[in-house]
Design a binder for this molecule. Structure first.
Ligand code: UD1
Length: 434
């Protein structure tokens, strides 16, 4: 069996790594067992990793391969940046050649980025012979919906789900959404969350990161034998075009952080898109970091901008360490809402909606909107709240293994039939900011 996995942009790497690890584990098993043939030889999986090159910087891509023990990509498409049309088309043209040359049995696409859509679309229309044979398309992280089609990711999710043959769902809202859209339950498998597989696997290793020292967030007590303690800090990420591409919107969001930044250092690893906007808009803080201006006892030294510590994008383990120890995370990312849910770190999502409602229902997340006052309210609420985070169903570190078992054994879907899914409606409708 030949499986081809596509990665392209930063959030793909941690979602793909557990699938690749599960393939390694599968191939390492000498014998597989089945009811009728207890000792038949296991079918070896040949795996091909394709990197589209949507993200290409060392900081956005390269460092993740070493942090996550990912193998070097077998094929690099080198697609790079461009408008949505140019980027998607470039990936499609190059990926078609790869498919025709490699003829895999299965194409695995993950998440909701342009690379996901481009490769799913090409695979759905490829034909290896006159009978129209093509690979099975497996979409990992299927069924999530923000119901906001102005988000490029929402379009990518919907189209990818509807051209896929196997839909691997991370949370129960996905079952409901796919059922409402008429997707056959036979295609759907509720396997859990491979991004959380990565988090659980690397959580301990992330403790070895020196990022807290590098950002001067560790204090050595003079008393008590010099024990170290971590300064209370917040962590910020912003990269959604709807939040950073418009100067006024971006400024309103930053104003919403004012109170937070005068009380705690706010660590802000800045995505390349956001770095460009900060330069274009002429915002005052520099991009070379201003760690150390904080006086180290949880009080800012003055101007709120001094309380915001900018860094370049960080590697997976450094960022995981920062999320784990933060008093609060403020973000517009999808994946970070899930990761903070498992880490038990309060999260304020600077968006009007989320496609991941389980992070609000079971987790530590709140949807704060993008207005200055609503962000301030969200931050105050979250800082004052006692968090008892629940673990969403199947977020147990086994999603990658479940996916590979299903691909190898060819099981039918495990989604509840329509009445079962309908019963989820009250619980898992999409939380909006009001
Ligand atoms: C993409 C995804 C988004 C995901 C995000 C994570 C889509 C539609 N969006 O958004 O869902 O949350 O990745 O980062 O696929 N750039 C660099 N170096 C790089 C990559 C990009 O400098 O390695 C710059 C380029 O100038 C580029 C811009 O960042 O134009 C945006 O990159 P792009 O891949 O188009 O989208 P993201 O905003 O990163």
């Amino acid at each position: 069996m030949k499986i081809l996995t596509v990665v392209g942009a930063r959030p793909n790497f941690m979602k793909a790594a557990p699938i690749i690890a599960a393939i390694r584990e599968h191939n390492g098993r000498p014998l597989a067992e089945s009811a009728d043939q207890p000792k038949r030889p296991a079918e070896t999986i040949r795996h091909i990793l394709v990197h589209t090159g949507q993200h290409y910087d060392a900081l956005m891509s390269g460092s993740f391969f070493s942090d996550l023990n990912l193998p070097e990509p077998d094929i690099h498409l080198g697609a790079g940046s461009g408008s949505h049309a140019i980027q998607t088309a470039e990936i499609m043209k190059k990926f078609e050649e790869v498919l025709l040359a490699e003829k895999p049995d299965v194409v695995v696409v993950v998440g909701d980025v342009n690379s996901t859509l481009a490769c799913a679309l090409v695979t759905s229309k490829i034909s290896f012979d006159s009978g129209g044979s093509r690979p099975v398309i497996a979409h990992v992280e299927a069924g999530l919906r923000s119901f906001d089609r102005s988000m490029p990711e929402e379009v990518n999710r919907i189209v990818t789900d509807h051209v896929s043959d196997l839909l691997f769902v991370t949370e129960e809202s996905g079952l409901l959404n796919l059922s409402k859209e008429g997707v056959s339950p036979d295609k759907i498998h509720f396997v859990g969350n491979t991004m959380i597989d990565s988090l659980l696997h690397f959580k301990e290793k992330a403790e070895e990161s020196t990022i807290l020292e590098r950002l001067a967030l560790v204090r050595q007590a003079r008393k008590n034998g010099g024990a170290k303690s971590i300064t209370r800090y917040a962590l910020l990420t912003l990269h959604r075009p709807s939040n950073v591409d418009n100067r006024d919107v971006f400024l309103n969001i930053m104003a919403g952080l004012e109170e937070l930044a005068t009380n705690y250092p706010v660590i802000f690893p800045v995505h390349p898109r956001t770095q460009r906007r900060i330069r274009e808009f002429g915002f005052e803080f520099g991009l070379d970091g201003n760690a150390g201006k904080h006086n180290g006892n949880g009080q800012s030294s003055g101007n709120w901008r001094d309380g915001i510590i900018l860094t370049d994008p960080l590697g997976y383990l450094d960022f995981l360490c920062l999320m784990k120890h933060a008093a609060l995370v403020v973000t517009d990312s999808g994946g970070i809402q899930e990761e903070t849910t498992i880490l038990g770190t309060p999260c304020v999502t600077v968006r009007e909606n989320t496609e991941r409602p389980v992070t609000v229902k079971n987790g530590t997340n709140t949807i704060a909107g993008t207005k200055t006052e609503t962000i301030k309210d969200g931050i105050r609420r979250q800082l004052g709240r006692r968090h008892e985070n629940g673990v969403p169903k199947n977020w147990d570190g086994r999603a990658g293994a479940r996916i590979i078992d299903i691909l190898v054994l060819g099981h039918h879907g495990n989604a509840p039939s329509c009445p079962g899914a309908a019963a989820l409606e009250d619980q898992y409708s999409c939380p909006q900011h009001h």
